[in-house]
Write a protein of this length. Structure first.
Length: 314
């Protein structure tokens, strides 16, 4: 479900969301109630006890013991309720169920990579089965990022050099936004992903297909798919317009000027090198920001991308 543009809270996409919202709403409404009570009483007293022309004597009593007990005990009870609600949910969020399916999540400037059991991987789209606890093992290859899924009420920092863990269980098939919630540089606002929740059968079928380089469709068409699923489109357009990286339109076969002034022909080997070792040869006018896809793309996938680039003639 698309969570952008919701007026108040986004839809509840996980088993944890209703609990988090219950605590949030209780605190919110109690706060609103007391805000109105305190402000209206203050206003009332300001008017009632304002200085009149001939003020009478005020009471010499400066203390009301019963009143003080009441306004101490009642808020304490509320605080205790908030604490118990919050702590119970906090414990649930932090104890991963034993039968959880583990998926490795790697953050790097500026994309998400997901590694599944059985060797499948995906980029910027996390695919999970419904009604199954999912444990995400999070780490970063560069700076601090944050794994944030508003619909799941889930946010966990992703750190370099150590693992963090979070878990969730999605209630039904659908799509949810994944955002990076820790400023991580120029591409931070582009570091968006999706979580696609499938039925259990759908997930099994997806996993099988994702685990093998798809041999049944033509390379060029497969390349077009990879352009989307591996998120090349985040930085490279196919219509000739500029973006973070050079456009793919007409790129094959043309001569590129590198940042050190050399000129090279964009051929199969240059494209392959740019995918596996993007910082080796930077085209003039662009920043060396592309992450390496070493180990993230199979040979057939690279072949397919090259075939796809060749098809995007000017
Ligand atoms: Cu990654 Cu912000």
């Amino acid at each position: 479900m698309d969570t952008t543009g919701t007026l108040f809270l986004p839809p509840q996409g996980s088993t944890m969301a209703p609990e988090v919202d219950a605590a949030f709403n209780l605190i919110l409404y109690v706060a609103i109630f007391f805000f109105i009570l305190v402000v209206s009483l203050s206003a009332f007293f300001v008017i009632k006890y304002r200085r009149k022309e001939k003020p009478g004597l005020t009471s010499g009593k400066d203390r009301n013991f019963k009143l003080e007990i009441v306004w101490t005990v009642i808020p304490s009870i509320f605080l205790l309720i908030f604490f118990i609600m919050g702590f119970r949910t906090y414990l649930k969020m932090n104890i991963v169920p034993k039968d959880a399916l583990e998926i490795k999540v790697t953050a790097q400037r500026w994309m998400w990579t997901f590694d599944y059991p059985q060797g499948a991987n995906s980029i910027n789209e996390l695919v999970v089965p419904e009604n199954t606890p999912i444990k995400v093992l999070l780490s970063s290859t560069d700076v601090i990022h944050s794994f944030y899924v508003p619909d799941f009420r889930l946010k966990m920092d992703v750190l370099p050099n150590r693992y963090t863990i979070a878990w969730f269980e999605a209630k039904e098939p659908g799509e949810h936004n994944l955002e990076c919630a820790e400023y991580c540089g120029k591409g931070h606002s582009q570091m968006l992903g999706k979580i696609r929740v499938l039925s259990k059968e759908g997930y099994a079928a997806w996993l099988e297909k994702a685990g093998t380089a798809n041999a049944s469709i033509p390379l060029e068409q497969y390349g077009a798919e990879i352009y989307k699923t591996k998120a090349c489109y985040m930085c490279h357009t196919i219509d000739g317009s500029g973006s973070v990286g050079p456009t793919f339109k007409g790129i094959y076969g043309h001569e590129a000027t590198l940042s050190d002034g050399r000129k090279i022909a964009v051929d199969e080997n240059y494209i392959r090198e740019s995918i596996l070792d993007p910082r080796a040869k930077i085209v003039l006018g662009y920043q060396p920001v592309m992450p390496t896809y070493q180990g993230r793309l199979k040979d057939r996938e690279i072949d397919a991308l090259i075939a796809y680039l060749k098809s995007l003639k000017e």
